[in-house]
Design a protein around this ligand. Structure first.
Ligand code: GTP
Length: 344
């Protein structure tokens, strides 16, 4: 199969399918980078694999998707279903008849990238793919040397070939310096690029051949007998859980605002969703990352509904769902059901 793109600034050579893995902690800007890549890829055919932490695929709905881009979803944690889910999804892309020049994988924010790297290097996928680069997004404002008490957040930097120190617009210059210095201590000699909205010239991050493949392969042979070692530590996702909520009724905007500002537990670290408010004809894209939230307004592209995911530690999923339920404007029949009245 011809895999050389006709005209592109990236000039991918004909080898195995190049693969770039985008990693980085919750809310650091991975989906933003993916959209940056999709907007500037010119005529490069990019297959996209998005792995979400949560039951609802919000990210896939927020991706700039041109018709020829392929979005293959693998639900659940790809680092825990490493030998099946991810390999199968990659094969589904490879087996497609359309030309595919490049594959980009977005991991969940709580994923340790090593098992994903080793899936490409330690299985038959190494015959068909070429692991090109691991890009790690770091939130310059939120990141501290405690790395969110998450082993995964640290591993993401350790295994990053390029670190995008993102959201520099939100951080004071000294904070940016401090985080950069910390990254250098974790990964001496790291290639660090400071970014806003993950804007980066693509030739700096794609088709750069930066992943030290031989190093990982040697390490993999060394550890072959203790393979499970790669799986177990992150099965618990560093204590993070996700709570998802969907409804076919709109929210009362005032009740939802009250929930957001007064009721939502402080332990919610990240939330994202597509919201439907009773007083608006528009679709609302809700993004919360740390202390900040943001709502963008767009046209609906399908029938209105609410879909929202909350991610954090020690969340009471039942309580959050109940609080959201209380924000809904119920239709007369739903109201009857909710208060236990039978309608004839
Ligand atoms: N101010 C500012 N906001 C940013 C920047 N980059 C991304 N964001 C915003 O940060 C929020 C999270 O960005 P995403 O790209 O969704 O982050 P993510 O890493 O994909 O998040 P998860 O997949 O949930 O882990 C969104 O509201 C983005 O618009 C930046 O450089 N500056």
């Amino acid at each position: 199969m011809e895999t050389i793109p006709s005209s592109t600034t990236l000039d991918i050579p004909k080898r195995g399918m190049p693969v770039t893995i985008i990693t980085g902690f919750l809310g650091s800007g991975k989906t933003t980078l993916l959209n940056e890549i999709l907007s500037n890829k010119q005529d490069l055919k990019v297959a996209v694999l998005v792995n979400e932490f949560g039951d609802i695929n919000i990210d896939a709905q927020l991706l700039i998707s041109t018709e020829e881009d392929m979005v293959e979803l693998s639900n659940g944690c790809i680092c825990c279903t490493i030998n099946d889910g991810l390999v199968d999804a990659v094969y589904r892309v490879l087996e497609r008849e359309e030309r595919v020049d490049y594959m980009v994988i977005e991991t969940t924010g709580v994923a340790d990238p090593l098992p994903i790297i080793l899936t490409f290097l330690g299985t038959e996928l190494r015959e068909f793919t070429r692991l090109d680069s691991i890009i790690t997004l770091v939130d310059a404002e939120a990141f501290t040397p405690e790395h969110f008490d998450s082993e995964a957040a640290l591993k993401q930097i350790v295994y990053g070939d390029v670190v995008l120190l993102n959201k520099t617009d939100l951080a004071a210059p000294e904070q940016v310096e401090e985080v950069e210095a910390y990254i250098q201590t974790v990964k001496p000699g790291a290639r660090i690029l400071r970014t806003q909205q993950a804007k980066v010239p693509l030739p700096l991050v794609l088709d750069v051949g930066l992943t030290p493949v031989e190093l990982y392969q040697a390490d993999e042979e060394h550890h072959e007998h203790e393979h499970h070692h790669h799986h177990s530590p992150h099965l618990d996702n560093d204590g993070f859980i996700s709570v998802s909520f969907q409804s076919h009724s709109p929210f009362d905007i005032e009740k939802f605002e009250k929930f957001l500002t007064e009721e939502m537990p402080i332990e919610v670290f990240r939330a994202k969703g597509i919201l439907w408010f009773d007083n608006s004809e528009m679709r609302h894209i809700f993004q919360l990352s740390g202390p900040r939230y943001d709502i963008q307004v767009e046209e609906w592209i399908n029938s209105p509904q609410n879909q929202i995911v909350f991610i954090g530690r020690h969340l009471d999923s039942h309580k959050i769902r109940q609080q959201l339920q209380n924000c809904l404007i119920l239709q007369p029949t739903q109201l009857a059901q909710a208060i236990g009245v039978k309608s004839f």
